[in-house]
Design a protein around this ligand. Structure first.
Ligand SMILES: *[C@@H]1O[C@H](CO)[C@@H](O)[C@H](O)[C@H]1NC(C)=O
Ligand SMILES: *[C@@H]1O[C@H](CO)[C@@H](O)[C@H](O)[C@H]1NC(C)=O
Ligand SMILES: *[C@@H]1O[C@H](CO)[C@@H](O)[C@H](O)[C@H]1NC(C)=O
Ligand SMILES: *[C@@H]1O[C@H](CO)[C@@H](O)[C@H](O)[C@H]1NC(C)=O
Ligand SMILES: *[C@@H]1O[C@H](CO)[C@@H](O)[C@H](O)[C@H]1NC(C)=O
Length: 494
């Protein structure tokens, strides 16, 4: 601990980082330092609410480069952090501190489909948009998230939910094997039969254990067509009772809807609009019978309806609301604070909790530069594949859960209002503090990383935390990969 406190100072006075950089350069690694004109852009995170200054950035093109970089860093007492797509909600790819060595996977983004066993080998820097497009060219698909620029490294490290997840599982549930560089520079191959403990740990908590340099996923046949749907419900008068009965109806329907349905209820425009949208892996006829009929039966008719049978890739594009081609234009930035709440299927949201949420979200004083959306993402319910595994099957533990609710507030300027966190926290505590939810054990989703979350160990990892902590002590005893909300242990680098 104490040794590390001094290190950022050393890094900035030059001596530690200069010798780290010459170590990296002696191995002919592609290194970026503050003197490079690209440095400013490379160190500007997706979420502008954060800024960390690395000691240096390395761009590996092969696994041995990662090994060499990790060895140089540990020789110089510098923490190491992998950055794949850079979309962490708290810029954690930069190591949650100044002075880390950042291993940026920009140049390790290959996607290689193998038709013999229908698996795909994906390097961590591949973006989800590229993964979807590349697999679709082969008539194949994976379940993964809905933001084209997100990188596979982080997304596949902590869960990886998307519109196909109820049918095919989380992205981590499709991992067959992985290659990882440990803190001592050793390269290991992980699968159900090779280092099964580490294979378990990387499926939900990978950044605490090492740097994954390659994943192998089991793919699925891309559906020939799917039903894309969107139902918009107005709540022009910001009625809390109208909102409550709408979400209650959605919840009752959701608890038994078949796994072929992927859906989010998105609360927008300060609460004036609720959009329930997603996709259904089936045909139009069964959609009307199995999905729309029962849903509208519970919610009442929507004000605006869109239902269309489209190709798999068109549906993804529509759900994502943007082109999947991340080569066309550079990634954007946002200035935001987000949290999540994972709700057990055994204690669904009560009307009083929904009403308390709406009262805060719609009417509590909000900084003028802030706008928000809240998403009720359906993870469980019916025969969801996510819930088909026990809580200890992977490090990610929340299997018998209905919702992951995402609370997201962004600033319309690049500065963040001081009361912004309080506003978002209020939306969450309106639900958790409601008398109707007393006794509920809520969780949180580590891919919506909230650096201010108290009790994050339990919230992210529930009953799996103790095992993870013990394993981390064995595999990274000095805390080379230590950063905010990584599985704990001593941080005694050097
Ligand atoms: C940083 O600048 C050096 C010297 O010009 C160059 O060799 C290196 O490739 C640059 N690094 C990156 C990542 O562009
Ligand atoms: C650094 O980049 C950001 C955007 O990425 C820009 O707003 C800022 O002006 C740049 N600063 C410098 C010193 O170039
Ligand atoms: C619902 O809102 C949309 C715009 O958001 C508007 O076009 C439509 O007329 C509204 N419908 C009702 C019934 O209020
Ligand atoms: C909103 O309130 C006004 C005034 O009370 C009422 O006339 C109108 O019907 C309400 N609209 C909705 C959509 O409930
Ligand atoms: C690196 O750590 C792993 C896991 O603890 C261990 O199996 C391996 O022998 C170590 N390698 C070296 C070179 O110390």
């Amino acid at each position: 601990m104490l040794a590390w406190v001094l290190l950022p100072l050393l890094a900035f006075t030059g001596s530690a980082s200069a010798s780290l950089v010459s170590c990296l350069q002696s191995h002919n690694l592609n290194v970026e330092i503050p003197q490079n004109t690209t440095w400013n852009v490379s160190t500007t995170p997706f979420n502008l609410r954060f800024h960390y200054t690395p000691a240096a950035i390395v761009y590996p093109t092969q696994t041995t480069h990662v090994t060499l970089a990790v060895r140089c860093a540990t020789q110089h007492g510098v923490h190491v952090s992998a950055l794949s797509g850079g979309h962490s909600y708290s810029a954690s790819g930069y190591g949650s501190r100044n002075g880390a060595l950042v291993i940026m996977f920009r140049d390790m983004a290959r996607i290689t489909y193998n038709s013999n066993d229908e698996t795909v080998v994906i390097q961590p820097g591949a973006r989800l948009g590229a993964v979807a497009l590349s697999l679709n060219d082969q008539g194949r698909a994976l379940a993964h998230g809905t933001c084209p620029y997100v990188g596979v490294g982080g997304h596949g490290g902590f869960g990886g939910w998307g519109m196909a997840a109820r049918n095919w599982g989380l992205l981590i549930d499709q991992i067959v094997s992985a290659e990882m560089v440990l803190s001592n520079g050793t390269v290991v191959h992980l699968s159900a039969t090779q280092h099964p403990d580490l294979f378990w740990a990387i499926r939900g908590a990978s950044a605490s254990f090492g740097i994954v340099t390659q994943y192998v996923f089991q793919t699925h046949q891309a559906p020939s067509s799917v039903v894309r749907f969107s139902y918009q419900f107005n709540n022009t008068n910001l009625s809390t009772s109208q909102f409550t009965s709408l979400i209650e109806g959605y919840q009752t329907w959701a608890s038994s809807t078949p796994k072929e349905v992927g859906i989010i209820a998105n609360v927008l425009n300060g609460g004036k609009l609720v959009e329930m949208g997603g996709l259904y892996m089936g045909d139009l006829k069964s959609f009307y019978q199995v999905v729309e009929g029962p849903l509208i039966g519970r919610t009442g008719a929507a004000h605006i309806v869109y239902v269309e049978e489209v190709s798999w890739i068109t549906a993804l594009e529509q759900v994502w609301g943007s082109s999947l081609d991340t080569q066309q234009k550079p990634d954007t930035h946002d200035t935001f604070y987000a949290k999540s709440l994972v709700v057990p299927a055994s204690s669904p949201l009560t009307p009083s909790a929904l009403s308390a949420f709406a009262t805060h979200a719609f009417f509590a004083p909000i900084p003028s530069s802030l706008s928000w959306f809240v998403q009720f993402e359906l993870w469980g319910g019916g025969n969801s594949a996510i819930s088909s595994l026990p809580a200890d099957a992977t490090a990610y533990p929340h299997r018998s859960h209905l919702w992951t609710i995402q609370f997201y507030a962004r600033s319309t300027t690049t500065s963040w209002p001081k009361t912004g966190e309080g506003y978002v926290n209020g939306m969450v505590s309106a639900i958790t503090n409601d008398a109707g939810m007393a006794g509920t054990v809520f969780g949180a989703y580590a891919n919506y990383l909230d650096p201010e979350l108290s009790g994050w160990q339990e919230m992210y990892y529930a009953g799996n935390y103790a095992r993870l902590e013990q394993m981390r002590m064995g595999v990274d005893p000095k805390g080379v990969f230590e950063k905010t909300e990584n599985v704990g242990g001593p941080d005694i680098l050097i």
